[in-house]
Design a protein around this ligand. Sequence first.
Ligand SMILES: NC(=O)c1ccc[n+]([C@@H]2O[C@H](COP(=O)([O-])OP(=O)(O)OC[C@H]3O[C@@H](n4cnc5c(N)ncnc54)[C@H](OP(=O)(O)O)[C@@H]3O)[C@@H](O)[C@H]2O)c1
Length: 246
Amino acid sequence: MSRTVIVGASAGVGRSIAERLAEDRHELFLIATDIADLTPQQKDLQLRFRTRVAVMAVDLRSFDATALRNEVFGQLGGIDNVVVVAGASDPQVDSGPIDPGFVRDLIEVNFLGAVDIVNAFLPDLATAPQGNLVGIGSVAGVRGRSNNMVYGAAKRGLETYFEACRHWLARQGGACVQFYRLGFVATSMTFGQSTPLPAASPEAIAERIAKNLGKDIGMCYLPNWWALVMTVLQFVPWFVFKRLNI
Ligand SMILES: NC(=O)c1ccc[n+]([C@@H]2O[C@H](COP(=O)([O-])OP(=O)(O)OC[C@H]3O[C@@H](n4cnc5c(N)ncnc54)[C@H](OP(=O)(O)O)[C@@H]3O)[C@@H](O)[C@H]2O)c1
């Protein structure tokens, strides 16, 4: 029986991962900001999959990671997998100079809060060779552009941190690390936006993430075909790239 913490579990990709792992009988500790979202989700998963589900309302912009880690241990008695999914963006606003409060929000949710959580669980993951540390990045972090400026920078920072965690955990004989650069996914984050390329379903993303548990894959794109798109985008010469409205 695997014990799994999911940060950002109440909606979109995180919600689908919670359901998919409940199906595999993981014992779950679900985190999001709103307990009113988490409690019905907890009841639903417990009823349908007959597995233990604990929940906790945490805002990544202000929380105590050590207290959170202790609560997880109190509820699950230990930990095998830490899955950090939570993220927030607003490409309409995150372009050029933006409100300094929003800069902080974007960095705290997409980078600092995620790092604080992983950092609190690192000693546990170091002694869990069958465990997994899973992180969610974005194609927005691959090449800086005028939309999603702070979000993209935070995701790139998060990816570097996960890469470093992979190196550290490998040297400890600890958990595997999987980090995903997601393309468009049909969730509330993209709701109402016309995406220039097709959006994947959160269920399909969750399926791949569940199947990759236990594999030391480092970084990969989801869906896979984004690898080709982003390789092309990275090699677009600057005199062309600067004209693109992306
Ligand atoms: N959707 C896309 O096209 C896309 C593309 C590339 C990368 N991604 C990345 O994929 C991940 C999942 O995105 P999604 O599309 O599933 O987003 P979503 O549907 O908006 O769900 C985001 C989840 O993160 C939680 N969250 C947000 N702010 C939080 C905070 N301050 N503290 C704690 N939890 C917080 C939300 O809980 P609350 O509702 O309680 O805040 C929710 O459970 C994110 O890291 C995102 O950056 C998404």
